[in-house]
Design a protein around this ligand. Structure first.
Ligand SMILES: C[S@@+](CC[C@H](N)C(=O)[O-])C[C@H]1O[C@@H](n2cnc3c(N)ncnc32)[C@H](O)[C@@H]1O
Length: 195
């Protein structure tokens, strides 16, 4: 139970909205619940940001007792912080940190069906134009999450993700609602199952 206790402690120490950048607590819990239930072997996180979700994923994989986490970031949002320290800590926790690395380049060089669980929260300007690449690297039956999919004022191309998933008729659910003043779930979380 210790890894789950560590996860709950992390949840309690983060603000609900976790600041400007991170995934909201409710969406974090949904992603972690899916990972605890699906028991993936290979997890890909695009966009480390605050590390809030990354560390949550580490606790959940430890609880599962299986699964390898790969995280990709170009350190574009680093804002002067020493991201190599962040990367070092994540590597010590067993994470395969691929950084600095462009999302587009990483995906283009990844084999088909390499992952069974993917979270996309990196290149909000362009990633809507390569949804087929996200899908290509995930195995049939795998799970994908896309964050900020309803934040189309700031990031117009993010609407292309939901559009493409609907065109392909993939099972999905688009979470777009907040119910509390201290959360920003309306930014959107798209849950997709690869056929
Ligand atoms: C919104 S933050 C991720 C937030 C994270 N999910 C959390 O819970 O804190 C986006 C991250 O993606 C990275 N990023 C932005 N554009 C990228 C790109 N083109 N390739 C790789 N990483 C990118 C940024 O450096 C930043 O760390």
């Amino acid at each position: 139970m210790q890894p789950l206790n560590d996860y709950f402690t992390l949840l309690n120490t983060m603000e609900s909205g976790a600041g400007e950048v991170a995934i909201d607590r409710s969406h974090n819990m949904f992603i972690i619940g899916a990972l605890l239930s699906q028991k993936p072997d290979d997890v890909l996180e695009l966009g480390i940001g605050t590390g809030y979700l990354t560390v949550s994923l580490i606790h959940a994989l430890r609880y599962n007792g299986k699964g390898k986490l790969t995280c990709v970031d170009n350190w574009g949002d680093a804002r002067g912080g020493d991201m190599e320290d962040v990367a070092g800590n994540l590597r010590m926790a067993g994470v395969n940190v691929v950084a600095p690395m462009e999302e587009r380049t990483f995906l283009a060089n990844s084999p088909d069906n390499a992952y069974d669980f993917l979270i996309s929260d990196a290149d909000h300007v362009n990633s809507g134009t390569w949804v087929d690449e996200h899908l290509r690297v995930v195995r049939p039956g795998g799970i994908l999450f896309f964050h900020d999919t309803n934040n189309t004022v700031d990031y117009p191309n993010m609407s292309l993700i939901t559009k493409r998933v609907r065109e392909l008729d993939l099972p999905h659910y688009h979470f777009t609602k907040s119910s509390r003043p201290d959360e920003r779930c309306e930014r959107g979380l798209l849950f997709v199952v690869k056929r």
